[in-house]
Design a protein around this ligand. Sequence first.
Ligand SMILES: NC(=O)c1ccc[n+]([C@@H]2O[C@H](COP(=O)([O-])OP(=O)(O)OC[C@H]3O[C@@H](n4cnc5c(N)ncnc54)[C@H](OP(=O)(O)O)[C@@H]3O)[C@@H](O)[C@H]2O)c1
Length: 258
Amino acid sequence: MFSGKTALITGASSGIGEQMARQLAAVGCNLILVARRTERLDSLAGELASVTVDVITADLSDPQAAEAVYAQTQAAGRQVDILINNAGFGFQKPLLSLPVADQLGMVDVNVRSLLALTQRFAAPMAQRGQGWVLNVSSVSAWFPIPGMVTYAASKACVLHLSRALHEELKPAGIVVTALCPGGTRTEFSSIARERMDPDLEKAMMPADVVAAAGLEALASGKAVVVPGALYRIMVSLVRVLPASWVTRLAGRVMGRHH
Ligand SMILES: NC(=O)c1ccc[n+]([C@@H]2O[C@H](COP(=O)([O-])OP(=O)(O)OC[C@H]3O[C@@H](n4cnc5c(N)ncnc54)[C@H](OP(=O)(O)O)[C@@H]3O)[C@@H](O)[C@H]2O)c1
């Protein structure tokens, strides 16, 4: 379905975004790779030489970055058929021990840039009557997490935005899908400085499996996908357990800090 199209992937320099780039290239989809670490993007572009690959260096915590990324695609004459808002990170730190600038930096990357890029790239998709937007949220979207409050709330925002946009943009021919991974083996944990629950460690999923689940859901027009049976059970339990239990449990399992 995506052969001959062009996908712009944010956070393509590692983890889930890098795996999506590899999988899309394998089916003949051209790529625009976005992240801060240019050398990683250049080296990935070199490996994926069977398709056209552009690299854009951008720090998506900069409020002007989304506009600059869009302008660069325009200057290069590239049409974006598929937008993958994957760049994101979280800190596992209590609110009172993480400076507000760091808290807001998470919101800028995880939410602000995602929203700005979606608005920019969805407009021409709507004019063409076809497009795909894959937003990477998290299983954390279902859990308020004491010890990781801003990250969990930012991912809840991504999930809600995506669900609403799925309906709002459907008449324009645009599919919007939220990918909600549970624990996934990437560089995320070391950046979050997570103290991992041993049971959660065992349940970590490979990044390529999570990436494939997201792309498959996007191609089949789903609104939301949660890869992995364990994580689907976790999400369904949230609907039946009292909200205060869910919050306390999430804090115990995912919000422990150093
Ligand atoms: N791993 C998990 O357990 C897990 C679970 C649920 C959801 N997720 C979500 O999955 C997505 C991908 O994360 P991952 O697990 O693949 O982690 P990762 O390996 O750390 O990859 C994160 C990507 O985001 C990019 N990024 C971070 N800050 C950026 C910034 N300011 N500007 C531009 N790019 C930035 C990084 O590139 P540069 O550093 O080169 O800029 C990197 O390519 C994130 O949205 C994350 O929240 C992950």
